[in-house]
Design a protein around this ligand. Structure first.
Ligand code: PLP
Length: 284
């Protein structure tokens, strides 16, 4: 695989970063994941806007323009022959020299890494046909979840706990209400209404979420942005989650309670179809 590191396209074995890199030492890095369908990047502008916001919130700087970011995405997709898959992008605050909590001096170059992962069945994911089973866990992450940092240890622990329980993923709960999934935004469906938590520092502002709510509104669905509990979700008609890599994914079981008939509901299925159609149309 050919990867991108600080301006160079290299075989993955040759792409090396410093042991002093703050992404490695401090988790001082932000990232984005975008999907590729038909060799094109989905939701490019949204992901770039969020990347810029994450970096601004952390006073991190990177000189690459959106055109340059796009050129790197395209070059990697071409060089690795990706038709369906993902592009992972990470910017860390760079090599700080000796370990120090303080940020390195202004002008220290960031470390920029991008690579692709081929996923031949990304759009046609068999999980979307059977649905996902989730457990709930307390949300023990930090309180700036709106910044997309690489501090993913707790989400990893949560996914391992779900796997040990024989389920697929975890939903996080704080103050009695669901915040989001371990790597996705979550929704419940009641009749023609979609309920999803409002945006704040408590959750990541999903790029898929923003587009999905727009498409749902255009399809005359009612949208309520408010917190909900696990109990309310267990009693809903349907549940689903969204993320750049899973698109719209039906949830059929929460903490051992089966939703409806235990198979993906019509609203999630329809939204998945709409989302895939629309995001393919706007892919670049
Ligand atoms: N919430 C969390 C915690 C995530 O990690 C992600 C995606 O990685 C999302 C939500 C969904 O965001 P997006 O739709 O931009 O992928």
């Amino acid at each position: 695989r050919i990867v991108y590191l600080n301006g160079d396209y290299l075989p993955e074995e040759e792409a090396k970063i410093s042991v002093f890199d703050r992404g490695f030492v401090m988790g001082d890095a932000v990232y984005e994941v975008t999907s590729v369908l038909g060799g094109k990047v989905l939701e490019f502008e949204g992901h770039m806007a969020r990347l810029e916001r994450s970096m601004n919130e952390l006073e991190m700087h990177c000189d690459l323009t959106r055109d340059e970011w796009l050129a790197i995405h395209r070059e990697l997709i071409a060089r690795n022959g990706i038709d369906e898959g993902l592009v992972y992008l990470q910017v860390s605050r760079g090599n700080a020299g000796d370990r120090d909590f303080h940020y390195p001096p202004e002008g220290t170059p960031p470390t920029v890494v991008l690579y692709t992962q081929a996923k031949p069945n990304l759009a046609d994911d068999p999980k979307a046909k059977v649905g996902i089973k989730v457990i709930s866990l307390p949300d023990l992450r930090w309180h700036r979840r709106d910044i997309k940092t690489v501090q993913l240890l707790y989400p990893s622990m949560a996914k391992m706990a779900a796997e040990k329980a024989g389920k697929n993923d975890a939903w996080f709960v704080e103050g009695g209400y669901v915040t989001e999934g371990s790597s996705n935004n979550v929704y419940i469906v009641k009749g023609n209404k979609i309920v999803t938590r409002h945006l704040s520092e408590d959750i990541l502002h999903g790029i898929t979420r923003a587009s999905l709510l727009k498409y749902a509104a255009e399809a005359q669905m009612e949208i309520e942005e408010r917190p909900f509990t696990i109990e309310e979700a267990q009693g809903a008609d349907e549940a689903f989650f969204t993320s750049a890599s899973a698109f719209v994914m039906p949830v059929v079981e929460i903490d051992g309670v089966t939703l409806g008939a235990g198979s993906p509901g019509p609203v999630a299925a329809r939204l998945r179809e709409i989302y895939l159609d629309e995001s393919r149309k706007s892919a670049v």
